[in-house]
Design a binder for this molecule. Structure first.
Ligand SMILES: N[C@@H](CCC(=O)N[C@@H](CS)C(=O)NCC(=O)O)C(=O)O
Length: 307
């Protein structure tokens, strides 16, 4: 099997979500450290412009967004599962809530707490990335409200452990444990302990320790250039699309644009290889890496015909 290559940087919470999944599944993987802000000259040849972190590369197949990364890891390494029997719907919905709502709760409290001490270059990058939403000074001005929202949401989770369950959905870790953990991990790492919103949430603290104990699997470093060389030497895997859909006016084979619909909306252009209710796959031909297939989740991504 081709190497599992994760492009990420240590402080990335979405990167931490995937690192813990790799740990839970006991996977050996290659670790490529990428810049935490633009420019990302060794990432863009693989992604065609998508700049979010992390990305997963397997040969000449590139998985964008932790939803598509996690589904691919689950497909290749089904045991232990991220979706224990009976939890499919709850797992997907709770993880989406964490990725969209809890993430911004935590970003608001972390940036708002750091305020003017956020390095100017980093603040400018994230402002542009988020169309002005991730503004440390605006968050600082609204900090009491942001902290209250975060605490309200975290207590939903804290109270869920009252029946003695060790993980969010029961006896074993499931997909949303990894999403939620990523953001509590970011919070604990970035907010001074005396103001940490988790201070009076003992169940969440104990649960974090259980997640932490899963480790990160077995990473070995890989240089960005070697990762690009692996993509260049590989051929994308054949696309198997279960339950394909026809998007009005966009047949398979058409030139298309795919872009996130929330933030980091940098468009990626390619040829549509398949679309379903859950996935979008496009083919790009890049001067550095040649033919690569890009795999996006359908939820959260806009698909448009290219002019
Ligand atoms: N929906 C995306 C969100 C990823 C995301 O927002 N990642 C942050 C870092 S944790 C990011 O891309 N920041 C800007 C950057 O790394 O350039 C996912 O699930 O992968």
């Amino acid at each position: 099997m081709s190497d599992i290559i994760l492009h990420h940087y240590p402080a990335s919470p979405f990167g931490e979500k995937v690192r813990r999944i790799l740990g839970y599944k006991g996977i050996a993987w290659r670790s490529v450290t990428i810049p935490r802000m633009l420019p990302k000259p060794d990432v863009i040849p693989l992604t065609g412009g998508y700049r979010k972190t992390p990305i997963l590369q397997i040969g000449a197949d590139v998985f964008l967004d932790t939803a598509s990364i996690s589904r691919e890891l689950e497909r290749r390494f089904p045991s232990p599962t991220l979706f224990p029997a009976g939890t499919q719907t709850t797992a997907a919905v709770l993880a989406a809530w964490a990725d969209k709502i809890l993430f911004f709760d935590v970003v608001g409290v972390v940036f708002g707490t750091l305020g003017a001490t956020v390095p100017a270059e980093f603040a400018a990058d994230r402002m542009k990335f988020s169309d002005g939403t991730m503004d440390p000074m605006r968050y600082a001005a609204d900090l009491p409200h942001l902290r209250a929202q975060l605490r309200a949401h975290l207590f939903w989770l804290e109270h869920g452990f009252s029946d003695g369950r060790p993980f969010l959905l029961g006896a074993a870790p499931a997909y949303p444990d990894f999403s939620v953990y990523a953001f509590t991990w970011m919070l604990v790492a970035r907010v001074p302990p005396e103001t940490a919103p988790l201070a009076d949430m003992p169940q969440l603290q104990a649960w974090m320790k259980r997640l932490e104990a899963l480790g990160h699997g077995t990473p070995t470093d890989l240089t960005p250039k070697d990762a690009l060389a692996i993509a260049a030497a590989a051929t994308p895997a054949p696309v198997v699309m279960n339950h394909p859909e026809t998007v009005a006016g966009i047949p398979v084979g058409a030139n298309v644009i795919v872009a996130a619909d929330d933030y980091g909306k940098d468009p990626v252009t390619g040829v549509l290889l398949g679309v379903s209710a859950q996935r979008i796959v496009i083919r790009r031909i890049d001067p550095v890496v040649g033919e690569v297939n890009l795999h996006f989740p359908r939820a959260g991504f806009r698909l448009l015909p290219a002019a």
